[in-house]
Write a protein that binds this ligand. Structure first.
Ligand code: MG
Length: 475
């Protein structure tokens, strides 16, 4: 509120040309598109063959495709917390998927990506699924976004849930921090992907003369699947294909809007997903392709996601980047690109500009990436080509009857042992090399212990030393 008042005051006292500093090629606009439950192999450029994604494939051809890009964890809220704070979710106290009735949300003490951009003079906007606090005081407009249109949490947390119809209140569509629509119906759900993309397009038009940051978080392809009536059946690959096709169309509309606004070559567009596919939904879930398992697990299918980045003239066209990187790296990378101050508190992400710009011999800046899940369990880590799974309980659909038509199948429990995989030769994590390489396990355990001392680990009884509390709202 204080920011807006100040801006209004400046508007009254300064001549118009001084109001907005134009974005320069060195200080680009940034658009982040963050899908929900989109699997590693759900795009044509990542191996999908049963439907077409021409706009996303073009993004890959004109920009970079990262083959080894990770989320912090394979579930919605926690993954979003990591994206927006540049920190492991465990560090900022957000776990799992927040329900509609909880008062837990992202702490106001954290510096979000939007606040970082705002401090550098950017206009900031968001449309789509937030899922970091459902109370008015926890809305994106209280975390650095000038504006917000979207859902407070997942679209299946509504009275029409296939398994828990009694479990959820009416689903609102929020504008700012208040419901614009109090009871989202199936008809409204059909319009959301288009509505959110249209807000992005509108925002780009309104802000083309100053640096801007827009965060588009489609609530698709998370169940329940919806597309506009005129897009139903168009993909030739069922409801899931239709949804991906509509997301691709939305991306195309944003790329067109950037061109029409004359900011195409000074806008960095990033496209990725919050976690792997929800495999229990069968034909209404996505595909992890060659990767093992999906959402809710720390195998590659849960945590490795498609990643595209396009910035003409800066990111080499057609770059394929195999170095490991993660959503936590985007905030510090954007801070460097925008000339913004990185957040004051400790974060975990690192600047990956050399990887993004395809510098020769660029290496991942991380010694290792860590995958926490559930109630503070360090379930897995990646170091170089090695993936180490720590003993824990997870879930699998292997051997189970798959879901159909929006009704899920049932996972069965799976006990994970100490498992070591060579991802260079075994991306599907099928051949456990733990017994052959005790020396590598010892080295990885040592690296893991250093992280356990910082963020804790319920599996090994380590207490956290650096974890910061989440918000607990009173409204
Ligand atoms: Mg998700």
């Amino acid at each position: 509120m204080r920011m807006r008042t100040l801006a209004a005051l400046i508007a009254l006292t300064l001549p118009a040309p001084l109001l907005a500093a134009p974005a320069t090629p060195d200080r680009p606009n940034v658009v982040v598109i963050f899908c929900d439950d989109l699997g590693y192999a759900d795009l044509g450029c990542f191996g999908a063959t049963n439907y077409a994604t021409p706009n996303l494939d073009r993004m890959a051809a004109e920009g970079a495709k990262f083959t080894d890009f990770y989320v912090a964890t394979a579930v919605c809220s926690a993954s979003r917390a990591a994206l927006l704070t540049g920190s492991y979710h465990e560090r900022v106290g957000i776990r799992g998927a927040l329900g509609p009735r909880t008062n837990v949300g992202l702490s106001h003490a954290e510096t979000t990506m939007a606040e970082m951009f705002r401090s550098a003079g950017y206009a900031t906007g968001m449309a789509g699924k937030w899922h970091l606090g459902a109370r008015p005081s926890q809305s994106p407009i209280h975390h650095g976004f000038d504006e917000f249109l979207g859902l407070p949490y997942s679209g299946d947390m509504w009275p029409h849930h296939p398994e828990h119809p009694e479990g959820y209140p009416k689903l609102p569509l929020i504008e700012g921090d208040r419901p614009a629509i109090a009871d989202v119906t199936a008809e409204i759900q059909k319009s959301l992907t288009t509505r959110f993309a249209a807000r992005a397009v509108d925002f780009i038009g309104r802000n083309k003369d100053r640096p801007f940051f827009f965060y588009l978080a489609p609530n698709m392809p998370h169940v329940p699947l919806f597309v506009r009536d005129d897009n139903a059946g168009k993909s030739g690959a069922g409801a899931y294909g239709d949804v991906i096709r509509e997301i691709d169309e939305a991306v195309g509309s944003i790329l067109s809007a950037l061109r029409e606004a004359g900011v195409d070559d000074r806008t960095l567009v990033v496209f990725t997903s919050d976690n792997g596919p929800w495999l229990s939904y069968g034909d209404h879930g996505g595909s992890a392709g060659p990767l093992r398992e999906g959402k809710g697990t720390s195998y590659e299918g849960g945590v490795r996601v498609p990643f595209l980045a396009r910035w003409p003239g800066h990111i080499p066209a057609g770059l394929v980047q195999p170095q490991p990187a993660a959503t936590i790296d985007l905030l510090p990378t954007f801070a460097a690109i925008a000339g913004a101050e990185p957040p004051a508190p400790q974060i975990d992400g690192l600047d990956i500009r050399p990887l993004l710009f395809g510098e020769p011999d660029a290496r991942s800046p991380h010694e290792a990436l860590f995958f926490y899940y559930g109630a503070g369990e360090l379930q897995a880590m990646r170091l170089g080509k090695w993936k180490l799974m720590f003993p824990h309980e997870t879930r699998t659909m292997l051997g189970q009857a798959p879901g159909r038509g929006g009704t899920p199948g049932k996972y069965r429990p799976l006990a994970v042992g100490l498992e070591l995989y060579d991802l260079d030769s075994d991306v599907g994590e099928t051949n456990n090399l733990a017994a052959q390489h005790p020396e590598i396990i010892a080295r990885l355990q040592q690296t893991a212990d250093a992280m356990r001392a910082r963020l804790g680990d319920r599996l090994t009884g380590h207490a956290p030393a650096e974890v910061r509390p989440a918000d607990t709202a009173r409204d």
